[in-house]
Design a protein around this ligand. Structure first.
Ligand code: MF3
Ligand code: CO
Length: 258
């Protein structure tokens, strides 16, 4: 179960989370390379599981099942086109022009890293390319606000401003979260909001920021598998995520190869 209050991590703990994040980045780079027409989620999930195992780490998502949901079967979430997040890897092959969100959790020595990207499969439309570009830019704008003394609302507002400017559907039912020994710790981080409000950010907080935008309406629905979340109007959606630590020197992205 998630812990009740925001957990501040020590420098030693952040050093371990940096390791978890580095492994996540390494595996994500391999997954990104594998994306091509014909690839199935199940195949990519198999690659993820073997690459995580090679690194003496564990797939965070496997067996995860809060709130009476069936235990999650994959190491990755694989969400295609109008699927927003939490798509279960299956046997449907990717097609040229699809966009696919790949979300990966890696646990190393008990510490979790959580990160995602959305990638085009081969060549896609200019509209889809723009959705990817804007959604990723909003993530970096949010990361830039993750500084001690700022407010949670500063992160949310910076992310949301990108979605508003592009007139995208800004998803309200899902957002970012704290990360640590648990994948989901407080606080919940909305992808929209007002600057200068909410929780005051402190050194030692570790957060997963995860903007989600859609070309159409913001409303989502959960599929019969109890996991896959898709856009109700069938519009294309994008999702990017990084795990970051708030340090004395500002935000440090843990899930990047540096
Ligand atoms: N990044 C996703 C999230 O924070 C990871 C959860 S996948 C799950 O919701 F399948 F394990 F739930
Ligand atoms: Co997450």
């Amino acid at each position: 179960m998630p812990v009740a209050t925001v957990v501040i991590k020590s420098k030693d703990e952040i050093a371990l989370m940096r390791e978890a994040g580095r492994l996540n980045a390494e595996v994500r780079a391999i997954l990104r390379e594998a994306i091509a027409p014909g690839l199935t989620g199940r195949e990519l999930d198999r690659i993820a599981k073997s690459e995580i195992k090679k690194r003496d780490a564990e797939p965070t998502f496997v067996g995860y099942g809060p709130g009476g949901r069936p235990p999650y079967p994959g190491a990755i979430c694989f969400s295609v086109n109008d699927e927003l997040v939490h798509g279960i890897p299956g046997d449907r092959p990717l097609h040229e022009g699809d966009i696919v969100s790949v979300d990966l959790g890696v646990t190393y020595r008990g510490w979790v890293s959580d990160a995602a990207f959305t990638s085009a499969v081969g060549k896609t439309t200019a509209e889809a390319e723009e959705l990817l570009r804007v959604t990723e830019a909003s993530l970096w704008a949010g990361i830039d606000q993750a500084r001690a003394g700022n407010y949670l609302g500063d992160i949310s507002a910076a992310i949301g401003a990108w979605g508003e400017r592009a007139d995208y559907g800004i998803i309200e039912e899902y957002g970012g979260h704290g990360v640590g020994r648990e994948m989901h710790e407080p606080p919940h981080i909305q992808n929209f909001g007002k600057p200068g409000v909410g929780y005051r950010l402190k050194v030692g907080m570790v957060l997963a920021l995860e903007p989600m935008f859609a070309l159409g309406n913001k409303t989502t629905e959960e599929m019969a598998d109890r996991w896959t979340v898709r856009m109700r109007d069938g519009s294309l959606s994008a999702h990017f995520e990084e795990t970051i630590a708030i340090t004395d020197d500002g935000p440090e992205v843990l899930t990047r190869i540096r």
